[in-house]
Design a protein around this ligand. Structure first.
Ligand code: 13P
Length: 253
């Protein structure tokens, strides 16, 4: 069985001090654990401090975005090389909030995925439909299309890993997660899309499928039973030590 992964997307939340305190608590709670993989994605400005805190523990560090060039005149951007320097291992790419507020396109997502893999970082590729698309019965088509575009020309060799996060936009931050059986349907589409791109052994061993969107302690166990699901991308609940702890404890056990 693949190791379940719990990715905390802190988004643009907490103060510098609060982020350090929460990171320290998470390290105390999970730093020695090796059964479940924990990845914390703070705002860029806290990455260096958190890298220091998580040193010599099993907690891993992720960024919430990345640029596709390695160095150069790209004001305000952060490259995979810079992330590598501080021992960051994961990068969230194509989150719906970036697609919505920052006009991130499938083409940009594709370039970021390539840049991450070229630099030894694991992309967490986010896909998911809007409420309108779901109501039109277009969820499967949208997710298939987004993933296809994200993976265009992307080879996976040796130990290179991918994480695919299915995050229906309408379930994010609403307290209204998708029904696990509906998630199952889309995960099946995602898996089939992956099988069209890669050999089955790569799909089984190098790629994890996770779910995000109002994951809470009271619904995570139901999701754990969904076929092919191997973890969660947690927003709001990852900002509270106890909620995040419960989710990690109650899931995939
Ligand atoms: P919530 O868990 O707050 O719904 O956020 C999900 C998300 O967007 C994680 O990336």
């Amino acid at each position: 069985m693949v190791k379940p992964i719990f990715i905390a997307n802190w988004k643009m939340n907490l103060t510098l001090k609060e982020r350090v305190a929460l990171a320290q608590q998470i390290k105390d709670d999970w730093g020695k654990n090796t059964d479940k993989e924990i990845v914390i994605c703070p705002p860029f400005i806290s990455l260096v401090q958190l890298a220091e805190i998580f040193k010599n523990s099993h907690i891993k560090l992720g960024a919430q975005d990345v640029f596709w060039e390695e160095t150069g005149a790209y004001t305000g951007e952060i490259s995979p090389l810079i992330l590598k320097e501080i021992d960051c291992q994961y990068v969230i790419i194509g989150h719906s909030e970036r697609r919505q507020y920052l006009a991130e396109t499938d083409e940009m997502v594709n370039k970021k995925v390539a840049a991450c893999l070229d630099n030894g970082l694991t992309p967490i590729i986010c896909v998911g439909e809007s409420l309108e698309q779901r109501q039109r019965n277009d969820s499967a088509t949208v997710v298939h299309w987004q993933l296809n575009r994200a993976l265009e020309g992307i080879e996976l060799v040796d130990n290179e890993q991918l994480v695919i996060a299915y995050e229906p936009i309408w379930a994010i931050g609403t307290g209204r997660p998708i029904e696990p059986s509906d998630a199952q349907e889309i995960l099946q589409v995602i898996r089939q899309t992956l099988i069209d791109h890669y050999p089955l052994t790569i799909v089984n061993n190098n790629i994890r499928l996770i779910y995000g969107g109002s994951v809470e302690p009271d619904n995570c166990a139901d999701f754990s039973a969904v076929d092919y699901l191997a973890g969660f991308l947690v927003g709001g609940a990852s900002l509270k030590r106890e909620l995040f702890n419960q989710i990690v404890k109650l899931s995939f056990s």
